[in-house]
Design a protein around this ligand. Sequence first.
Ligand code: IPD
Ligand code: CA
Ligand code: CA
Length: 263
Amino acid sequence: MSNDWHKICKEAIIWAKDAGKVIRDSFEKQLTVETKSNKDDLVTNMDREVETFLINKINEQYPEHKILGEEGVGEKVTSLDGTVWIIDPIDGTMNFVHQQTNFAISIGVYQDGVGMVGIIYNVVYDEMFHAIKDEGAYLNDRKLNQLGNVKLDESIISLNATWVTENRRIDPNVLSPLVKKCRGTRSYGSAAIELAFVAAGRLDAYITMRLSPWDFAAGKVLIEEVGGTVTTVDGNPIELLEQNSVFAAKSQLHEQILNDYLN
Ligand code: IPD
Ligand code: CA
Ligand code: CA
């Protein structure tokens, strides 16, 4: 059965906005914070509540679709066949807990491995980034421009300071010359927001060494819809059901950084 992507996009926007309101209302309430893989890997009752809310909505409307969610409320998804929703109920949980800002709801919908819908809701700013394949990307009602070129020394690159200090994933000497050369760096602490900002032209590139499918599924759709490029830091295609390094940028800048700094 073929899907009505406009309907799916519209519904997902409504669900994300409804969930966003619940999250904003929770600011006044007591939050339960637990740790997962390590002391800095946080999860709250709101992460689980929002994931359950979204999964229930998707299941009610589309019982035949598959759902991959960060908190594991959905089933285990092992193949991209059919329609797969990839959701992060709160991307930037650390920001949510410590700062009550700069976190997002991220929803990507894929058909047989092809990104069809991407939604990133910047909850506190009430910014709804959304895209349907081949129909452009939007920030609220405003259509986003196709991404142009930028000189490296006039570019703003988003990356975490971890990757230019001793770490397990990349020699810090690889990215530090890039940090020196570009105009400025930023780090927002939410991959979804950083990807949405690349799509909106607020950032020229975003580089990170390890993300999970729910962190990048929606952002990839948004960026590709405005002509940007999303790959691993080696320039390989992103594997949708696995952890990847992620390098997203304006296409000309992506090529330049890949050739001059990452190879
Ligand atoms: C995290 C954020 C963060 C990124 C981490 C992710 P979470 O997601 O996107 O920016 O650096 O790798 O795990 O855990 O807050 O949903
Ligand atoms: Ca995340
Ligand atoms: Ca999350």
